[in-house]
Design a protein around this ligand. Structure first.
Ligand code: RFL
Ligand code: PHB
Length: 409
């Protein structure tokens, strides 16, 4: 058994773990990341594309934003199409100048990986954490295997950045946590292709055939999604079938511009709303998807992971610079306030834009829910105040000031 020591042990090298590690490194707080998969595998997961301003600023603070700043596309609006009629939400005008940035999660992950290796901080890839020990004590440890050898990583704190299926959340005894969950009777089938996008800005499409999303990664790379029944298998979706269904759900002007090409990636993701409360136990802190999941309709998952990182990072800096260990007790309550806003927004957008068919949902028949949601969507799209409500949440609610939050606690 090899023994290592650090201040903060980070489980998982997804965007949350890498961003936290890099921010702490810049403030001289030692940390080690342990990741189950290989670096290439992590980079192969095509996921988020839309970043809030708070996220972008955090990546700048981590010293990893040079490519994001030069290659990320600033979007001042997004579109919602309802049965072919398209409405633009001018997020910059509605919010006094806030915008979002279109830049893939894969690229951010790559930038953070490079920044970490340049800083010389340790990451163990292909090393699954098998146990997180003694988090109720001042000497927690993280157990893992690397290249056939057993390791014990001793630390002051453990950051569980290991996603929804990780080990960190399970380390909190079941009777000490409450899990809130809502599943949806459909998933998103995503396709990435080297084709010119149908629109400069993202288009969320509600149609009688189901929801579709037209997004992008660059001016030559498109990312599209289709709402599909949960039972659907990706093998049943040839590229031709995907393109033909997408064309039927897009507004006419987009459908006419649609360029079809071979898929570079195609996968189905189930949709889920999930929150674990509290997000901490002893000296273990849950960050990002390890603590909460949102359906992707509001583009909030990665952005909520970033706001958790911001909160934990600022508390850890205060802990070490002011020798204030007590402040960490407030991590969960501060993080959860923003998480629940993101959960509500994502759930609301999902309800308004998808078709629920005939299954019972939220205590009513899906077609009844659809009527309520059609009315809700047309009300919000038809009013300036409605546009502002959507825009304000799409660009992301402000991060709490930690000193104020602690002062009020
Ligand atoms: P991740 O990315 O899942 O990383 C967790 C890492 O932990 C590792 N791990 C372990 N390592 C060591 N030992 C163990 N025992 C371990 N168990 C697990 C895993 O291998 C993995 O590398 O979580 P993180 O860092 O919290 O990041 C969260 C984001 O990935 C996620 O919220 C977003 O991708 C969600 N999301 C979107 N978010 C946005 O903000 N904007 C978007 O536009 C957006 N679009 C999306 C999305 C997610 C999607 N899917 C596939 C669910 C679109 C889609 C289709
Ligand atoms: C994406 O580009 O992958 C994307 C964009 C917006 C969303 C979800 C996913 O709401």
């Amino acid at each position: 058994m090899k023994t290592l020591n650090t201040q903060v042990a980070i489980v998982g090298a997804g965007p949350a773990g890498l961003l936290l590690g890099q921010l702490l490194a810049r403030r001289g707080i030692d940390n080690v990341i342990v990741e189950r998969a290989s670096g290439d595998y992590v980079l192969g997961r095509i996921r988020a594309g839309i970043l809030e301003q708070g996220f972008v600023e955090l990546v700048r603070e981590a010293g990893a934003a040079s490519r994001l700043d030069s290659e990320g596309e600033v979007h001042e609006g997004f579109n919602i199409s309802v049965n072919g009629k398209q409405e633009r939400i001018d997020i910059a005008r509605c919010t006094g100048g806030s915008t979002v940035v279109c830049y893939g999660q894969v690229e951010i992950t790559r930038d953070l990986m490079e920044a970490r290796s340049a800083a010389g901080f340790e990451t163990f890839y292909e090393s699954a954490v098998t146990e997180i020990r003694s988090v109720e004590s001042n000497k927690p440890s993280v157990m893992f295997q690397h290249e056939g050898e057993d390791y014990e990583l001793n630390c002051d704190y453990v950051a569980g950045c290991d996603g929804f299926h990780g080990i960190a959340r399970q380390t909190i005894p079941a009777e000490k946590r409450t899990e809130h969950e809502r599943t949806y009777p459909f998933g998103w089938l995503g396709l990435l292709s080297e084709t010119e996008p149908v629109s400069h800005e993202i288009v969320y499409c509600k149609s009688e055939r189901g929801f579709a999303l037209a997004s992008k990664r660059s001016s030559t790379r498109s990312r599209y999604y289709l709402q599909v029944p949960l039972a659907e298998k990706v093998e049943d979706w040839s590229d031709d079938r995907f393109w033909s269904e997408l064309k039927k759900r897009l507004p006419l002007a987009c459908a006419e511009r649609l360029q079809m090409g071979p898929s570079l990636e195609k996968s189905i993701a189930p949709l889920r709303s999930f929150v674990c409360e509290p997000m901490q136990y002893g000296n273990l802190f849950l960050v990002g998807d390890a603590a909460h999941i949102v359906p992707p309709t509001g583009a909030k998952g990665l952005n909520l992971a970033a706001s958790d990182v911001a909160t934990l990072y600022r508390l850890l800096v205060r802990r070490y610079s002011k020798d204030d260990a007590k402040c960490l007790a407030h991590y969960s309550e501060i993080a959860l306030r923003r998480v629940w806003h993101g959960e509500r927004f994502s759930w609301w957008m999902t309800n308004m834009l998808h078709q629920f068919g005939d299954v019972d949902v939220q205590g009513m028949n899906g077609s009844t829910l659809s009527r309520f949601m059609d009315s809700e969507l047309s009300y919000y799209l038809g009013s300036e105040a409605g546009h502002r409500v959507m825009a304000e949440q799409y660009v992301g609610l402000p991060y709490e000031d930690i000193d104020c939050a602690l002062g009020a606690a």
